[in-house]
Design a protein around this ligand. Structure first.
Ligand code: FES
Ligand code: FES
Length: 155
């Protein structure tokens, strides 16, 4: 039995230790905002935060997530920075098909929490782990910059 702290709630998970966190989130808990893309750490669709660090849930066993604070797309808007990222995504109509976008938002939020004023290089580096088959990269970068400028406002 593994206890996971997800979005501020504790969940008892009766699955083998090496079960990918993504399976626990989607299949056991029904939290389908975190997407399955490649299943092998190359697309970023499954990005969540573990103690604030962007982490691919498809290659993270639940045993490695135990004891850490897990945040998923379902709760990232509770964070002031995450909310600004989501607002910028909406304002700039970033998504096309949308499939990659929850992972993109999780990576962008982690970036802005660490670098409130990211350079283009910071953005490229942080976002290089998230692929978008629809090619929304220009709007993603613009939305990150918009969210960063909004960081000047009081939260
Ligand atoms: S599904 Fe995890 S990186 Fe692609
Ligand atoms: S919006 Fe379609 S994959 Fe990114």
């Amino acid at each position: 039995m593994t206890t996971l702290d997800i979005n501020g709630k504790r969940h008892k998970i009766d699955l083998p230790d090496d079960t990918p966190l993504l399976w626990a989130l989607r299949d056991l808990l029904g939290m389908t905002g975190t997407k399955f893309g490649c299943g092998m750490a190359v697309c970023g669709a499954c990005m969540v935060h573990l103690d604030g660090t962007p982490t691919r849930a498809c290659v993270t066993p639940i045993s490695a997530a135990a004891g850490k604070k897990i945040v998923t797309i379902e709760a990232v808007g509770n964070d002031p920075v995450g909310r600004k990222v989501q607002d910028a995504w909406l304002a700039l109509n970033v998504p096309q098909c949308g499939y990659c976008q929850s992972g993109q938002i999780m990576s962008a939020t982690a970036l802005l929490k660490q670098h409130p004023r990211p350079s283009d290089e910071d953005i490229d580096k942080a976002m290089s782990v998230n692929l978008c088959r629809c090619g929304t990269y220009q709007r993603i970068r613009a939305a990150i910059k918009q969210a960063a400028s909004l960081n000047e406002e009081p939260v």
